[in-house]
Design a protein around this ligand. Structure first.
Ligand code: SF4
Length: 273
């Protein structure tokens, strides 16, 4: 039988972060149960019905996912002391007094509800912990200089030269393949659920994608020109102050996520159409 994952265990806890199990959060407790064999019964409120206790402590099948979940639990602890009311404005978020008090903001067209006890994405616990890591990192930074329409390439950001190829592989080339063969109007229609704004340059398509409220990404697409031997090309630009809001790794992940969102939207269009 497959081992229980931290997420599966977390779903059995009430999510109240009461601390009676000796862990600061239900998520931290769930990671400990799944990866180090902590007895799940240490939580007096957990739903043990049908839980396979023989496999609950054997660890998950995906070590990187387990590491990500442990990092989520760590970041959740780091934001516990933040003043949400004070940082909502600089993050472009809305503060709701609660309890629990929480920040709401869009993330690639999805509605984020971020409280100190956890995150909901369109009303659901994020399936991929890397989304939670990105969102906690964004909030933990507390904001910075707002975007001012001065766009730069990844190569112009500090300590990013080695990341340029990663951006090309995980974002730009994927978008180029996806956009090739579509008209500019079709591409803009595809992008509408993300809340994009049109850009102002002379590329085939230019759009500003609000990945997070203070982390827009400027996407330029030049269509292929077979007669002249030019392949389709995408260039993604960032606000010059973007590192006020995300570290470089989180920024790369945000760009990758943007490409994935486009792919899912195109897939949904294909299925619907
Ligand atoms: S896992 Fe249970 S005991 Fe631990 S914080 Fe959550 S509700 Fe409280």
């Amino acid at each position: 039988m497959a081992a229980m994952t931290p997420l599966a265990i977390f779903k059995r806890t009430p999510g109240t972060n009461c601390g009676q199990c000796g862990r600061p959060t239900c998520l931290a407790f769930s990671v400990a149960v799944a990866t180090t064999g902590v007895d799940p019964a240490q939580c007096p409120y957990i739903d043990l019905a049908g839980l396979d206790l023989a496999t609950a402590g054997q660890g998950g099948a995906d070590p990187s996912r387990e590491r990500d979940l442990a990092l989520v639990a760590h970041l959740q602890g780091k934001i516990a002391s933040l003043d949400f009311a004070a940082i909502a404005g600089p993050l472009g978020a809305v503060w709701e007094a609660g309890p629990p008090d929480q920040l709401t903001f869009p993330y690639l067209g999805q509605a984020v509800r971020l409280a100190k006890s956890g995150i909901l994405l369109d009303g659901m616990i994020p399936e991929d912990p890397r989304d939670a890591i990105l969102l906690y990192n964004y909030v933990h930074g507390g904001g910075g200089r707002p975007p001012d329409n001065n766009w730069v390439g990844m190569e112009s950001l500090p300590n990013s030269i080695s990341k340029v190829r990663t951006l090309a592989t995980y974002c730009e080339q994927r978008l180029a393949r996806l956009f090739t063969g579509r008209t500019p109007a079709a591409i803009m229609t595809l992008a509408q659920p993300l809340g994009v704004r049109p850009g102002t340059g002379t590329a085939t398509v230019e759009m500003i994608v609000p990945v997070l409220p203070m982390v827009p990404q400027y996407v330029l697409f030049w269509d292929e020109e077979p007669a002249d031997g030019f392949e389709a090309r995408i260039k993604v630009l960032f606000d010059r102050h973007v590192l006020d809001f995300l570290d470089i790794e989180s920024l790369l992940f945000a760009a990758e996520r943007m490409a994935e969102r486009f792919e899912r939207l195109a897939s949904a269009c294909g299925q619907n159409g």
